[in-house]
Design a protein around this ligand. Structure first.
Ligand code: NAD
Length: 422
């Protein structure tokens, strides 16, 4: 579907990233030269990779890897496989990773990668050959000290195992720390799978506490019942909150007394959908996001809250589980409405935080139990929430602006300390 020109601009990830950057940089009074450095990705690589298909044909796929910043440590960020991946998108997402890592103060810069391909029509062996050849092309720019990829859209722990193996074959030694999000028995971390959802739950609890809302009184609406939204719903339910509605791409369910996410997951496993769940009534998926609630967790995809619908939201708190669920235009409306937004670069940073733990464990060759992982994650999320909210209050700005200002300031400080090599 063709979007009107104004919405096309509103939904463009690079322009969205730029809008947030410009606002924060101006408020910080950042030197113009430094702004140029912070805006420009440190490295962009495009590779055209020949791959033999199962039917014997030779196909060429295009892949990207962008390292936005290496100022605070190795680049960190996922690799996505999708038919519509663009360099603009990868560039924007890599800068998002820089700010996200800086907000939670972990020693990484930002990176992102992508391969233009349609996993839905590729066999496992074709996917493996694409992954391995893409890795081989990137061999000189990735590595535990340089750039540490992770799973993203349509890639998973198996993809990471292939990358780790290909990299290790080239280096003639097993290098588990080259990627995160690996299977547990190949150097993965306990707690990684639910880390993003857990992070969302932790910062939501902090926000509820700030507004003196008892978790047992908190009504939550979750959009997207996948890795982030499904785990967040389960952990929020466990923490006492009431999940009153769950929204998926094919329908939504509602129960004012609360939905049990485990039962809903079981129902979806058995029927293939969340709809017709016996523990709730089915409601219009296009209206469910606008239900009165204490917490809305958009955890499906980008640009779901935009200039056309933001005014309809009735949530007190928004915890952005997805990346970029709110457009910059919608930000203004949410601010006017006084909605307390926990911005994506803070709210969903639990995943990259436990990725950091995975990298540390691989390098130590010593693996932590789940309790230790979860405890350390909680400490980082609680401190980061406090850093952002205190900063917002101190500088009279909204949370998203505060998160960006804090992140830019940290990265700019690192660049200034290191100086410009000439
Ligand atoms: P996922 O594919 O596991 O889950 C997404 C869910 O949203 C799916 O169940 C899908 O059916 C549903 N969905 C898709 N379109 C929808 C729509 N229009 N309305 C309602 N539901 C819809 O993906 P995920 O890993 O949970 O990622 C979700 C978002 O969180 C993405 O923006 C991703 O970039 C971001 N994110 C993920 C992680 C992570 O660790 N997985 C970390 C940080 C950010």
């Amino acid at each position: 579907m063709q979007l009107p020109r104004a919405l096309e601009r509103e939904f463009n990830p690079w322009l969205a990233a730029e809008a947030r950057f410009n606002e924060a940089a101006t408020l910080l009074g950042l030197d113009e030269g430094l702004q140029k450095v912070l805006k420009s990705p440190a490295m962009e690589m495009t590779v055209h990779i020949p791959v033999q298909m199962d039917d014997g044909r030779l196909e060429v796929f295009t892949g990207y890897r962008v390292q936005h910043s290496l100022a605070r440590g190795p680049a960190k960020g996922g690799i996505r496989f999708a038919p519509d991946v663009t360099l603009d998108e990868v560039r924007a997402l890599s800068s998002w990773m820089t700010w996200k890592c800086a907000v939670v103060n972990i020693p990484f810069g930002g990176g992102k990668g992508g391969v233009i391909c349609d996993p839905a029509i590729l066999s496992q062996s074709e996917l493996e050959r694409i992954t391995r050849r893409y890795t081989a092309e990137l061999i000189d720019v990735i590595g535990p000290e340089r750039d540490v990829p992770a799973p993203d859209m349509n890639t998973n722990d198996q993809t990471m195992a292939w990358i780790m193996d290909t990299y290790s074959m080239h280096k003639r030694t097993t290098v588990t720390a080259v990627v995160t999000g690996k299977p547990l028995n190949l150097g993965g971390s306990r707690g990684r799978v639910e880390a993003t959802g857990r992070g969302c739950m932790i910062v939501t609890l902090q926000a509820l506490r700030k507004f003196h809302i008892e978790p047992s009184q908190a009504k939550v609406v979750v959009q997207g019942f996948g890795n982030v939204g499904g785990k967040a719903a389960r952990l929020m339910h466990k923490a006492g909150m009431k999940i009153i509605a769950v929204i998926e791409f094919d329908g939504a369910v509602y129960n004012a007394n609360g939905i049990d996410p485990d039962a809903l997951e079981k129902h979806r496993r058995e029927t293939g959908s969340i709809t017709h769940f016996p523990g709730a009534e089915s409601i219009d998926k296009n209206e469910a996001m606008f239900l009165p609630c204490d917490v809305l967790v958009p955890a499906a995809k980008e640009n779901v809250i935009d200039s056309r619908n933001a005014h309809k939201l009735q949530a007190r708190i928004i915890c952005e589980g997805a990346n970029g669920p709110t457009t910059a235009e919608a930000d203004k409306i949410l601010n006017e409405k006084g909605i307390f937004v926990i911005p994506d670069i803070l709210a969903n940073a639990g995943g990259v935080t436990v990725s950091y733990f995975e990298w540390v464990q691989d390098r130590q060759g010593y693996f932590w139990n789940e309790q230790l992982v979860n405890g350390r994650l909680e400490e980082i999320m609680v401190n980061s929430f406090k850093d952002v909210v205190d900063y917002a209050e101190r500088h009279s700005v909204h949370n998203r602006t505060a998160a960006y200002m804090l992140a830019l300031d940290r990265v700019a400080f690192a660049i200034k300390l290191r100086g410009i090599y000439a």
